[in-house]
Design a binder for this molecule. Structure first.
Ligand code: IDP
Length: 136
């Protein structure tokens, strides 16, 4: 059974030239790209994407950050794609949680600037894919 997940290379990842690294790891894992686009994120899209964090103290900074430069948005497909990409990404805090060998563990230092986003469940993936790639 195949599933889909939404992946973002966040503005820090794009600015640091890590798009190829992220895509490469997705492909080497055996996952398939079904949509891929460089995007400038509007405030409205950012608010909808991160709606579940609206009450968190870092929400304002997170919106500033995610709208600060282009992101690469992708829809990735494969067996257990949601969990598979979360494994490639590593934990949210690149130092305390992400282990070496993961994208965040290899390239990240700060929780906010943790390079990539991956949907956290099949339900979130559906909502996020509808939001970013309506009609896909
Ligand atoms: P996830 O991206 O690993 O699923 P979430 O808890 O959903 O993590 O948080 C969304 C994003 O918000 C994180 O990837 C990170 O960029 C940012 N974030 C989470 N917690 C903090 C924090 O404590 N300080 C600053 N930014 C945070």
């Amino acid at each position: 059974m195949s599933e889909r997940t939404l992946v973002l290379v966040k503005p820090d990842g794009v600015a640091r030239g890590l798009v190829g690294e992220v895509i490469s790891r997705i492909e080497r894992k055996g996952l398939k790209l079904v949509a891929l686009e460089l995007r400038k994120v509007t405030r409205e899209l950012a608010e909808q994407h991160y709606a579940e964090h609206a009450e968190r103290p870092f929400f304002g900074d997170l919106l500033e950050f995610i709208t600060s430069g282009p992101v690469v948005a992708a829809v990735v497909e494969g067996p257990r794609a949601v969990a598979a990409f979360r494994q490639l990404a590593g934990g949210t805090d690149p130092v305390e949680k992400a282990t070496p060998g993961t994208l965040r563990g290899d390239f990240g230092l700060e929780t906010q600037y943790n390079l990539v986003h991956g949907s956290d469940s099949a339900e979130s993936a559906k909502r996020e894919i509808d939001l970013w790639f309506a009609g896909l």
